[in-house]
Design a protein around this ligand. Structure first.
Ligand code: DQA
Length: 229
């Protein structure tokens, strides 16, 4: 996955959803921190869709303890030919936590895999300038800078869309979204402003973040909006 164009990922903890995702997804996001036996799942995977692997630590809203094993699991996952991208937290790459996330980024590059550098805010959305700053830092560490904030108002979504447009216009690859009910529509609209990655569960009951549409719905919404432009 090079994210040169909008890429819709089926976000999941179960690679068994792959056949059901093929019609609408360009790839899968496997959330190792949510999954049962994720590395065994990868060993058994014979699906068609490429995989981005994520192992979100508890200090960034995930369920993975911040141990050396968290990053080692990502390195092991990268040995699978179906794994063509890895998500690493900006905070980890800038020194948070106790372990060397840069080692995983190097392993990804050695294998020709993409590095998505992510940052999240589960409470609010910063102003446009702060979003631009944080995404620029993220882009400096990888192939795509990703920010998922929580919108409390339409103004928050406007800030995220404006930052998305501004950075895309300068040639940066970003993926942006606003979580929560107030931000939900950003998931369909941000791709029109340059966001490169969308995340959606096959089954809405299996959402990996607040405000996600199900996969088929998001594919339809993005497709309709993009055909209108
Ligand atoms: O970082 C992201 C974005 C996300 O949080 C979302 O809001 O869709 C979903 C996560 O699974 C993914 O790792």
């Amino acid at each position: 996955m090079d994210f040169e164009s909008f890429t819709l990922l089926a976000a999941t903890d179960d690679l068994g959803v792959e056949p059901a995702a093929r019609a609408d997804a360009d790839g899968l996001e496997l959330r190792l921190d949510f999954a049962d036996e994720p590395l065994a799942q990868l060993d058994a995977y014979d699906g068609e869709l490429p995989i981005l692997v994520t192992n979100r630590p508890t200090w960034e809203g995930g369920e993975a303890a911040d141990t050396a094993g968290r990053l080692s699991a990502l390195e092991t996952a990268l040995e699978h030919e179906s794994v063509t991208a890895v998500d690493l937290e900006l905070a980890a790459l800038e020194g948070a936590g106790d372990h060397d996330a840069g080692r995983v980024a190097d392993a990804a590059r050695d294998r020709g895999a993409s590095v998505v550098v992510s940052t999240h805010n589960f409470e609010s959305t910063p102003d446009r300038g702060a979003i631009v700053d944080r995404l620029e830092r993220a882009c400096g560490h990888g192939d795509v800078g990703k920010m998922a904030s929580t919108a409390q108002s339409p103004d928050d979504v406007l800030a995220m869309l404006g930052a998305t447009r501004e950075l895309t216009a300068t040639g940066e690859q970003v993926a942006t979204m606003c979580m929560g009910s107030a931000g939900r529509h950003s998931r369909a609209v941000a791709p029109l402003y340059g966001s490169r990655i969308g995340y959606a569960p096959v089954d809405p009951a299996d959402a990996t973040a607040p405000g996600q549409y199900d996969l088929a719905t998001l594919r339809t919404l993005v497709g309709q909006l993009r055909s209108d432009t």
